[in-house]
Design a binder for this molecule. Structure first.
Ligand SMILES: [Mg+2]
Length: 369
């Protein structure tokens, strides 16, 4: 195999709308259809790699149109380059498009999928394969009425899910009521509480008091306050009895360093779509070295982007909390192969790259402009 066989010769982009079964309502916005796009990258020897662009406008400000525009610009930089230089290429993409993490993530995932397929190793092996095993994910319960919350929780509970990621942040009393109802109906469940910046400091403290009152098991409280209020998070961390996770506060390596300096969190939620893939890998390394726990999450993604995140968890190891449920929230699964779900458990794959195929790419009118 000559080095030129690793050279990128073609990159195609293909948009796909993915209806969500229940509206994905969080404190800052909602999504009924994920307007994602997919990347197919081809190497000189014919090897193909896939990636996914999954912008979430309310969180990173990107939408599909801006992501595709950035992906087309970045594509020009990648064509003719060797995937063996992926570290440098990732760095150059970050410099050229710092505000387009979803687009960068899609291209980087396709690049590493192609590279590891060409090397005949699973993607997770690229990062060491420290923890290759089936892993349990939480499941998201969006902001909804009490009745709808109960119905959704029952469906997931019956499928074996025991860690509920509760979206909150509109009304503290109602939020406490929703958590308490599930706690009483489903003994033994634990909660990740994600406010997506929806609370004031007082409201966040009231939520923790309210849940402690009935003995709810909060695994962690994610992003209760505005992303810039690191002092507030540090204060909450000191005074409340639950671990704090930084999500919107840690969109980049630079952000993460500020979170560490302020001692503002116990966990950091790493999402490759939020930071870009290679920056996300670096953030996970830095977070762990600083004594933070790593949680791996995502936007509304299929098993392409989420498979990459699961591969990262298996590769680097030491990621105690997985929030990798969104393929289960979609109306259909457009992917063949890859990892699978058995109830809440993700089952690893062992073939090269992400070991999956995206059949609609063959049928769709691809964007080659
Ligand atoms: Mg979050």
């Amino acid at each position: 195999m000559s080095d030129s066989s690793f050279t990128i010769t073609n990159i195609e982009l293909c948009p796909l709308d993915l209806p969500i079964t229940d509206p994905f309502v969080v404190a800052t916005g909602q999504l009924r259809v994920a307007h994602n796009a997919f990347v197919r990258l081809t190497l000189h020897d014919g090897t193909i790699g896939y990636g996914e662009i999954a912008p979430f406008p309310a969180i990173t400000g990107e939408d599909r149109e801006s992501s595709l525009k950035n992906a087309r610009l970045l594509r020009e930089h990648l064509l003719g380059q060797s995937t063996l230089h992926y570290q440098r290429l990732g760095h150059e993409l970050s410099e050229r498009a710092p505000d387009a993490p979803a687009a960068r993530c899609g291209l980087e995932t396709a690049l590493l999928d192609a590279l590891t397929r060409a090397l005949r190793i699973p993607l997770w092996a690229l990062w060491g394969g420290a923890d290759v095993r089936a892993r349990e994910t939480d499941v998201t319960i969006p902001i909804a009425s009490l009745e709808r919350t109960k119905t959704l929780a029952r469906q997931w509970y019956e499928r074996g899910f025991r860690l509920f990621k509760m979206k909150v942040g509109h009304d503290v009393d109602e939020d406490v009521r929703r958590v308490e109802t599930l706690h009483r109906h489903y003994p033994g469940v634990a909660f990740v509480i994600d406010a997506n910046q929806g609370y004031t400091r007082e409201e966040a403290a009231a939520l923790v008091r309210g849940i402690n009152r009935f003995g709810g098991n909060i695994l962690l409280l994610e992003q209760p306050l505005a992303k810039d209020d690191l002092e507030g998070h540090a204060e909450l961390k000191r005074h409340c009895r639950v671990p704090i996770a930084a999500d919107e506060s840690a969109q980049s390596l630079h952000d993460l360093q500020a979170v560490i300096r302020h001692r503002a969190a116990d966990y950091v939620n790493i999402k490759i779509t939020k930071s870009g893939l290679l920056d996300g890998v670096l953030m996970a390394t830095v977070a762990k070295a600083a004594g933070l726990q790593v949680m791996l999450g995502g936007m509304v993604e299929t098993r392409v982007a989420m498979g990459c995140s699961y591969g990262l968890a298996m590769g680097i190891g030491g990621c105690p909390v997985l929030d990798l449920d969104t393929p289960l929230l979609l109306g259909s699964d457009p992917i063949d192969g890859g990892y699978t779900y058995e109830g809440p458990r993700l089952q690893p794959w062992h073939g090269p790259g992400l070991d999956l195929d995206i059949p609609f790419f063959r049928a769709a009118l691809s964007d080659r402009l």
